[in-house]
Design a protein around this ligand. Structure first.
Ligand SMILES: O=C(O)CCC(=O)C(=O)O
Length: 219
């Protein structure tokens, strides 16, 4: 796919304090977003996610897949996941997003919501493997497909920020965002179309290098 891409400027911080979320607006036009959506729906190795919460295993309705520079093992929600080596179209998008955001990403966690009955609950992406020594986690998040409501709530203060994420829109969560804020993708039965979300991240293959605690590996 050889797609021309816009060069948007990031807007000011969408959070009032304790973190930075930048909106780069639409980095793909409608036709480009639709092409990428259809391509990724068909060509990424989607699987239902598995999480271990409160002593029980659950399979999520949404599907996920993780790609990266290497076959990294990644841990979240009590489970170990294995990355696939980059899909070429995903890699090209990663390079473009690196140029736009001035950051480097070595992995991408992709999410597929078949329709509005699927979402993701309140959480923060604060695993040690994503944290640089200064706790700065940078996550570039590109939306493709159905417009969905994405919200932040502060972990300790009564503050909430709601956004609508449109097809082709890029936001970047950085600074102390994951430390102070949780985020969620709300469900809505009125939404019938699929949405793919690509979260480009920098993964630290040996988190023990950056924090004192070893992470127990699950078999
Ligand atoms: O689909 C989204 O926009 C959110 C995904 C998300 O919260 C995550 O991957 O941590």
């Amino acid at each position: 796919m050889n797609l021309d891409l816009f060069e948007p400027e990031a807007q000011d911080n969408l959070l009032p304090y304790d973190g930075v979320v930048k909106d780069f607006g639409l980095i793909l036009d409608h036709e480009q977003s639709q092409k990428y959506l259809n391509y990724f729906l068909q060509h990424l190795a989607w699987q239902h996610d598995e999480v271990y919460l409160h002593g029980r295993y659950y399979k999520t309705e949404r599907k996920v897949v993780w790609y990266g520079d290497d076959d990294y093992q990644y841990h979240y929600s009590g489970m170990a996941k294995q990355a696939h080596i980059w899909n070429p179209a995903l890699y090209r998008l990663k390079q473009h997003i690196e140029q736009l955001t001035g950051q480097t990403y070595n992995s991408c966690l992709a999410n597929l919501y078949e329709n509005g009955s699927q979402g993701v609950g309140w959480h923060s992406d604060d695993e040690p493997s994503l944290e640089a020594p200064n706790h700065n986690v940078v996550i570039a998040s590109l939306s493709l497909g159905a417009t969905r409501k994405f919200s932040f709530k502060h972990k300790w203060k009564a503050k909430k920020v709601d956004l609508l994420l449109h097809s082709g829109q890029l936001i970047v969560m950085q600074g102390q965002t994951q430390r102070y804020w949780k985020h969620t993708l709300a469900k809505s039965t009125r939404i019938l179309a699929p949405r793919v979300n690509l979260t480009f991240r920098y993964f630290y293959p040996d988190p023990r290098q950056y924090c004192g605690q070893p992470i127990p590996l699950k078999s």
